[in-house]
Design a protein. Structure first.
Length: 371
């Protein structure tokens, strides 16, 4: 009897041990990666949409990651502090919009040394070991500036509206603008202002430039944000659609809707409507942060990703603009590149589609929800 009791006790111990191992294994499997989004400048609709798309991708991976967001504003020191805190809090991956290509290097490289995956999107970092998901900003801007020069037959006065200083986006885009204008002796940049990638700021700055120069002295514009504002202000001033100045700018929906032939789709205001405007549109891909998160998860799970992912440029002008009537992912995959104004808010940025991110589409950009 004693021997039987001993064997029963030993069996119970074995069973309990297996149960504990099972519980521990289940807990290990259930452990989620801790992923942070480090945002810097957040002063425009592009950043809002980009954040929404990262949130949507995070929801797609909700069973694999715990997701956190911190915002530093355009402040290098604060973004450094936040990145350091993320590492101390046990971050497995950090998705970052770097306010400076070099200013965060020490903090990022320290994070990488401690095993953290760091992925930068849109604006680049030069930190060793980090991953960049961005577009060739020089080529994107070159297309827009060349369009304006060609529309003016390489002769005329133009104004320039730049973006957030210190970012690789602004630096490269501004350089391309000046390089194109310098090719033509009769092209003159008569004024520049900093629009800070904000439609409201851009409107204020253009008002100041027009007050100084008058519309008669301005034959065209290159902007990092605000072709729709530039054209809208001309319409408000009574300039007829056939006399609109050419503009090379970003990928806002209003910019592209203004390119469409009159009557293509119902407008929402006298300035937000199809007028056949001579615009060139190419903008930073809004999905870049979502793709960076997707690739970070892949890396955390042992997959290999490229150190630099160069995202394609979607260049649109009046000959290639195409309306999305419903905004489904499948419709975007078919080649449409602007949206019925009834589907999206004023200021919406259209560059949300990528075949690399079928998990996110219009619902993601608008509401932070995956497909």
């Amino acid at each position: 009897m004693g021997k039987f009791k001993m064997m029963s006790s030993m069996l119970a111990v074995v069973v309990i041990s297996f149960m504990l191992v099972g519980v521990l294994s289940t807990n290990a499997l259930a452990k989620k990666y801790k992923v942070y989004l480090s945002m810097s400048y957040i002063g425009n609709e592009w950043q809002n949409e980009a954040e929404n798309m990262v949130k949507a991708m995070a929801k797609h991976y909700r069973d694999k990651i715990d997701f956190h967001i911190e915002v530093s504003g355009p402040n290098v020191a604060k973004q450094i502090q936040q990145i350091n805190s993320m590492v101390q809090a046990g971050a497995d991956a950090i998705i970052v919009y770097p306010i400076s290509p070099t200013g965060l290097n020490q903090a990022i490289e320290n994070a990488i040394k401690q095993g953290v995956i760091v992925c930068a999107y849109d604006s680049q970092t030069t930190a060793k070991g980090a991953y960049n998901f961005s577009q060739n900003q020089y080529e994107q801007s070159r297309f827009r500036a060349q369009y304006v020069a060609d529309q003016l037959n390489h002769k005329g006065n133009v104004i320039g509206l730049t973006g957030v200083p210190g970012t690789t986006v602004d630096t490269e885009q501004t350089k391309a603008f000046h390089d194109i204008m310098a090719k033509y002796p009769d092209m003159h940049v008569i004024a520049e202002a900093n629009g800070m990638w904000s439609l409201a700021v851009t409107r204020q700055k253009i008002s100041e430039l027009v007050a100084t120069n008058g519309w008669d002295k301005i034959q065209g514009a290159w902007v990092e944000c605000g072709c729709s504002v530039f054209t809208g202000m001309q319409l408000e001033a009574g300039i007829s659609p056939d006399k609109l100045r050419p503009c090379g700018g970003e990928s806002t929906n209003q910019n592209r809707i203004q390119m469409l032939k009159p009557g293509t789709v119902k407008g929402v205001s006298p300035v937000y409507r199809p007028v056949g405007a001579p615009h060139a549109s190419a903008g930073s891909p809004v999905y870049a942060g979502a793709l960076a998160l997707k690739m970070a998860v892949k890396a955390l799970e042992g997959g290999k990703i490229e150190s630099n992912t160069n995202l394609p440029i979607t260049a649109v002008d009046p000959s290639t603009v195409r309306l999305c009537k419903s905004g489904t992912w499948q419709e975007m995959a078919g080649g449409c590149n602007c949206f019925d104004p009834s589907l999206v808010p004023v200021g919406f940025y259209d560059a949300i589609y990528s075949p690399l991110t079928p998990e996110v589409g219009l619902k993601a950009a608008l509401h932070g929800e995956p497909e």
